[in-house]
Each structure stands twice: as structure tokens, then as C-alpha cells.
Write a protein that binds this ligand. Structure first.
Ligand code: SAH
Length: 252
């Protein structure tokens, strides 16, 4: 007798970006797949309101990391995804912001691909887009910024060293993720590379949430601003940061 395997038996992973905080910034597609999840594997930056959208009987697995303390090693997260998918489950891998922006989404997909597990990617609003929008800071602006760069503040880890001269080019916006602890280092390097100490900057803490705070000043003041802020926070350096005074609209 022939056995009929439907796709549903095979297991599937949706790699879903949950956006920066405000649950209403989920995409319609993200909402649908979360509502259909059997297993949700989630990170620290995913809000409770978004987790609550999953079916009550969905298994919820927290694999959050904290800055200096990796709760669950990446290899173990990968294994959980593989195991659950191989058990035939509809797995949602839920990450803050967008999974492909400083989210290790690529690493997890490589493992799924290796195990021939089917997957899809649902993009999310990355913090740089969401938090600046809610802070009234346009990332580009015809008068002030023709380009934007997203940079990880975990500068010492992996990869080639940052080319600060490239970052210091005029008319661009710099957005540092995970940069609070490195703010002194970032400031020194940008000044050395020729960015003016007067360059406007902003620190956006818990962007898009009811606890959003925006601290603004100039580059010379950045370490001081960063000291007053708590994670998760973004550092924005560039002329556009000044527009916050004029364009802010969000009342947390
Ligand atoms: N994949 C995520 C980024 C993960 S790295 C994304 O696309 O947004 C974690 C860093 O993102 C934090 O240290 C912080 O710099 C930034 N971040 C995430 N959510 C944020 C928020 N609501 N407000 C400000 N920064 C945020």
C-alpha cells in the first residue's frame, strides 16, 4: 500500500522577524505564521504581546541571549530547530527586528539547508528602520544623507576591522547596533577619522515601545548619552539626528 506523505508531516521552519517592539509592526505574514505555529523558538527581544499571538497550546522555547551571557549556545539553538522540524512540527523561529540584520538568521538557515529542512524567511522591520521612524529621524534625506550604514558595536568580534575612514564620509547616516558599551571607542574613532565633534547624534532606547526614550546631542557628548541609556538601544550619528527636534511625533 502506498503511504501518502503530505507536506504538513514533514516539518517546516519559518524564520520570522518580529520587528523592533511595537507588536503592530509585525507583518501580516508574520502574524499568520505565528498563529499557525506548533513550536515557537524565541529570543530576548521578542515582546510578550507577540508571543501571546501564538496558539495557547504551541510549545514556547526561550533561547534568548544577553550581552555578556549566552543563555543557549548557537549550536544548541540550531539543534532545537532541526529536532523540532524533524519531528514534523511547524516551527516559528522568532527574532527581534529582522533576522538577517545582526540576527544570525543566515547561520541558522545554513544548518537547516544542510539537513534538508524546508524553510521560509519572513522579513521584519529592523530596529534601525523602526526606532528611527518612531523617533522622527529619517535615515536618508535629500539635504543631509545620501546613504546609510548599519554597523555592529560588537567591533572586536569576528571579521575584518571597521574602516573608520569609510564611515566618516560626509552625507551619510551611521546606525550602530549593540553600541552602548563601545560608545567611547566609536566616538574616538569617528573623531580621528575626521567627523566633527559637533556632528548630531541620537541614542534611541527601546524604540517603538511604550518605554521609548530618545537622547540627542553631538558626537562629543555621545559617551555621556550612551551612559544614561539602557539596552536595547541604537546609536545614530549624522545630520539627520538633528531632525528629531522638529519631526518627533511618537508619544510613548
Ligand atoms: N535583528 C535585530 C537586531 C539584533 S541585535 C534587528 O534587526 O533589529 C540587538 C540590537 O538591536 C540591540 O543591542 C540594539 O542595538 C538594537 N535594537 C533592537 N531592538 C531595539 C529597539 N526597540 N530600540 C533600539 N534598539 C534596538
Amino acid at each position: 500500500m502506498m503511504t501518502n506523505h503530505s507536506f504538513a508531516d514533514l516539518g517546516f521552519v519559518s524564520l520570522v522577524g518580529a520587528g523592533p517592539g511595537d507588536p503592530e509592526l509585525l507583518t501580516v505574514k508574520a502574524l499568520r505564521v505565528i498563529q499557525q505555529a506548533q513550536v515557537v523558538v524565541y529570543d530576548r527581544l521578542v515582546s510578550q504581546a507577540i508571543l501571546d499571538l501564538a496558539p495557547t497550546d504551541a510549545e514556547r522555547i526561550y533561547v534568548g541571549k544577553q550581552l555578556d551571557f549566552h543563555c543557549v549556545p548557537q549550536s544548541q539553538i540550531n539543534q532545537i530547530l532541526v529536532d523540532k522540524a524533524q519531528q514534523g512540527k511547524r516551527v516559528v523561529r522568532l527574532k527581534g527586528g529582522d533576522s538577517f540584520i545582526f540576527g544570525r538568521g543566515g547561520e541558522e538557515l545554513e544548518v537547516l539547508a544542510q539537513h534538508q529542512i524546508r524553510y521560509e524567511v519572513v522579513p521584519g522591520i529592523t530596529a534601525a528602520a523602526g526606532a528611527t521612524a518612531y523617533a522622527g529621524i529619517p535615515l536618508t534625506h535629500r539635504d543631509y544623507a545620501q546613504s546609510v550604514q548599519f554597523i555592529t558595536g560588537h567591533l572586536q568580534k569576528n571579521g575584518a576591522p571597521i574602516n573608520w575612514h569609510c564611515l566618516a564620509q560626509s552625507n551619510q547616516t551611521l546606525v550602530f547596533y549593540m553600541g552602548l558599551k563601545q560608545s567611547g571607542h566609536i566616538t574616538d574613532n569617528l573623531l580621528q577619522a575626521g567627523v566633527s565633534g559637533d556632528m548630531p547624534c541620537a541614542v534611541i532606547e527601546r524604540g517603538t515601545t511604550a518605554r521609548q526614550r530618545v537622547l540627542t546631542g553631538c558626537l562629543l557628548q555621545l559617551p555621556h548619552l550612551a551612559q544614561q541609556a539602557e539596552s536595547p538601544a541604537l546609536i545614530v550619528v549624522g545630520q539627520v539626528a538633528e531632525l528629531h527636534q522638529k519631526l518627533h511625533w511618537f508619544q510613548p
